[in-house]
Design a protein around this ligand. Structure first.
Ligand SMILES: Cc1cc2nc3c(=O)[nH]c(=O)nc-3n(C[C@H](O)[C@H](O)[C@H](O)COP(=O)(O)O)c2cc1C
Length: 213
């Protein structure tokens, strides 16, 4: 039973591009058969609490001797990690908020990146989701093209690549949809045609990934 874990983090519940593109991925995924299941965690509708204890960054055996994390926070972290490990494919809706991740998605990352549990810390390899696909749907209002002065302003995709790819060992694909504000921001009007083409291309790329991963 191939299982998809879908994370949403857009605060926009009506016109979100990352949600619409993730819908397209899910439609293609479920078209593969009834055995292709989906678990949805909507981090905006159902936000996780603020990450409140640095000891939770570490596997239990790596925590300081006097660590006494809140049992509810431990249970929630264990649930999030179990949900990730149960997934064959991860889909992450990642809008750009102030050049970075929505705080709702950031706290999910803070919970699941745990040396000694989801990433290797000592000699024993501990990377339970290594090799599994992670698809990042990155929506952003403007554009951050390589070779332009704003090229390195994107702090949305790099931490996701570092944590999911480098630390957890997942196979990361990034599908970017830029210029989502081209229809509403007058200064972006000259780029509208490109914006529409980019959105169509992103949707197609996601459909293809969902049918092949
Ligand atoms: C709080 C907030 C901050 C934003 N910051 C940026 C930004 O730094 N750069 C940018 O290009 N777009 C920014 N945007 C625009 C969003 O990235 C854009 O609307 C994108 O489509 C959001 O994803 P969504 O459509 O899935 O909600 C911001 C939007 C919001 C609500």
């Amino acid at each position: 039973m191939p299982q998809l874990l879908r994370l949403d983090s857009s605060a926009d519940l009506t016109g979100s591009v990352s949600r619409a593109l993730s819908d397209a991925f899910v439609a293609a995924w479920t078209s593969r058969g009834d055995d292709h299941t989906v678990v949805v965690r909507d981090l905006h509708r159902d936000p996780l609490p603020h990450f409140g204890d640095p000891d939770l960054h570490w596997a239990p055996e790596l925590r300081p001797a006097d660590a006494a994390p809140d049992p509810a926070a431990v249970a929630l972290q264990e649930e999030l990690i179990a949900e990730l490990i149960a997934a064959d494919v991860l889909l992450v809706g990642a809008p750009m908020y102030n050049y970075s991740l929505p705080s709702t998605l950031k706290v999910w990352i803070d919970n699941i990146h745990v040396p000694g549990t989801t990433t290797t810390f000592g000699e024993e390899p501990t990377q339970p989701v290594a090799g599994r696909p992670a698809v990042i749907v990155s929506s952003r209002g403007a554009v951050y093209d390589a070779g332009t002065p704003t090229a390195d302003w994107d702090h949305t995709v790099p931490p996701l690549r570092l944590v999911l790819g480098d630390a957890l060992g997942m196979q990361v694909d990034v599908v970017t949809c830029a210029l989502t504000l081209a229809d509403t921001v007058p200064t972006l009007e000259p780029l509208r045609e490109r914006a529409h083409a980019e959105r169509a291309a992103a949707e197609e790329q996601l459909r293809e990934l969902a049918l092949t991963l």
